[in-house]
Design a protein around this ligand. Sequence first.
Ligand code: NAI
Length: 284
Amino acid sequence: MGLLDGKVAIITGAGGGIGRAHALLFAKEGAKVVVNDLGGDRAGGGKGAELADKVVAEIKAAGGDAVSNYDSVATREGGDGLLWSALAKFGRADILVNNAGVLRDRTMLNMSDADWDIVFNVHMKGTFYATQAVARHLKTQGKGGRIINTTSVSGLMGNIGQANYSAAKAGIYGFTRTVSMELARYKITCNAIAPVAYTRLTEDLAMIKAMGDVGKEMLAPEHIAPVALFLASDLSADINGAIVGVQGAQVSVYRMTQTSGVAPKAGGEWTAQELRERWAEISK
Ligand code: NAI
């Protein structure tokens, strides 16, 4: 008995890194998997069938069932195409993991429109298009469902050199929260993972490089996949709108916090001077 027996899962960007680990584990747990990958480089250039096909072959060699899809999630047609692959091959869809991603790191001062647009389109619009297509189907199917998005500590906390990426990933945070509220009535949950893993996206980061082979082991994408499996399974029916951090073996939950708030002493309007004087109290 697998945790995902009888389910069909669509996983975007599943041709490598974290998405591949999700796909292999989901298939091992009984899911039929749509392995989506555009097959380009990490900056969003090029495309090809090889990445997705290789993962499908791995799944089949292990006795599972999967189909390739090469659509770009960054277009509405691509989002619809994901769903059609699932319906055409397997007759249904139950789980969507929005995982595809690219990076174009630049400081905000040096950011071009092209660097902004490609990152925003793949992460933010890609998540929207796929979620809308699949959620409409899930609603009609009437059996609930699971949507798992991929955000980042860069979006939740900020990171120098990633204004485009952090804006998109913070957008995915807000999107996850709202979608979780809107779809709850259909028993469709929407959660997000904020991973840290050694993949082609992160292999040249100084922190990761400094860890050497230990880092490859400690931050293997296979650590992220069990969290995606949990959120995709019936075990997490009561978990909705959560942002789950996964860094190696460490799992945590991110929350937006607000301080308790204070009112001006005179009872009227704040003055800029009083805000200055009481900033420590306001922000505590
Ligand atoms: P990766 O580069 O190995 O995987 C991303 C996959 O998405 C690639 O196989 C790529 O071909 C595919 N892809 C890119 N554009 C696409 C498009 N338009 N349509 C369909 N597929 C497309 O990188 P990794 O690290 O596995 O990233 C997976 C997700 O995790 C991304 O959303 C990334 O932003 C996120 N993430 C990763 C972190 C890490 O530490 N590796 C940290 C925080 C977030």
